[in-house]
Write a protein that binds this ligand. Structure first.
Ligand code: FES
Length: 142
C-alpha cells in the first residue's frame, strides 16, 4: 500500500511508462486535447492485416494521462480494430487498479486518442470509420 490517491499500478505506469515515442511509419495518428485541463495526447498505431501490431504515445499531460496512455498502448497490442474499439476508458482505469474520480477525465483522453488514431487509419485507407468519434462533453458537478 502507498498513501497516495493512486494505485501502485498507476504509479508504476507513470514512473515507467510503456511505449513512449513515435511510430515513424504509423498506420494512424491521433491527437486529442482534454478541454477540462488543456492536456494533449498523441497516439500512433501500426496496423497489419487488421491487427494492431504496435502502439506508441506522447502525452503532454498529468500523471494519470501518462499512466492511462501507457496502459492503453499495452492493451491494444495484438488486438483487432474491433476489439480495440471496445476498450473503454473505464476498462483502462480498471486495468490500472482504479483512478481517483477527479482523474477519470484523464482516462477519457487515452480512449479518444486511440479512437482518433483508428479514425486516421481509416481515412488513410480511404474508408469511412465504422464508428463515430465522440465529442467531449463537459462534466460538471464533480
Ligand atoms: Fe489533464 Fe489529467 S489533468 S489529462
Amino acid at each position: 500500500m502507498n498513501n497516495l490517491p493512486y494505485s501502485e499500478k498507476v504509479m508504476d505506469h507513470f514512473t515507467n511508462p510503456r511505449n513512449v515515442g513515435e511510430i515513424p511509419d504509423a498506420s494512424g495518428v491521433g491527437t486529442v486535447g482534454n478541454p477540462i485541463c488543456g492536456d494533449v495526447m498523441k497516439m500512433f498505431i501500426k496496423i497489419d492485416n487488421g491487427i494492431i501490431v504496435d502502439a506508441k504515445f506522447k502525452t503532454f499531460g498529468c500523471g494519470a494521462a501518462v499512466a492511462t496512455s501507457s496502459m492503453v498502448t499495452e492493451m491494444v497490442k495484438g488486438k483487432s480494430i474491433e476489439e480495440a474499439l471496445k476498450i473503454s476508458n473505464k476498462a483502462v482505469a480498471e486495468a490500472l487498479g482504479g483512478l481517483p474520480p477527479i482523474k477519470m477525465h484523464c482516462s477519457v483522453l487515452a480512449e479518444e486518442a486511440l479512437r482518433s488514431a483508428l479514425a486516421d487509419y481509416y481515412k488513410k485507407i480511404g474508408k469511412e470509420p465504422p464508428f463515430t468519434i465522440t465529442e467531449h462533453k463537459h462534466e460538471h458537478g464533480h
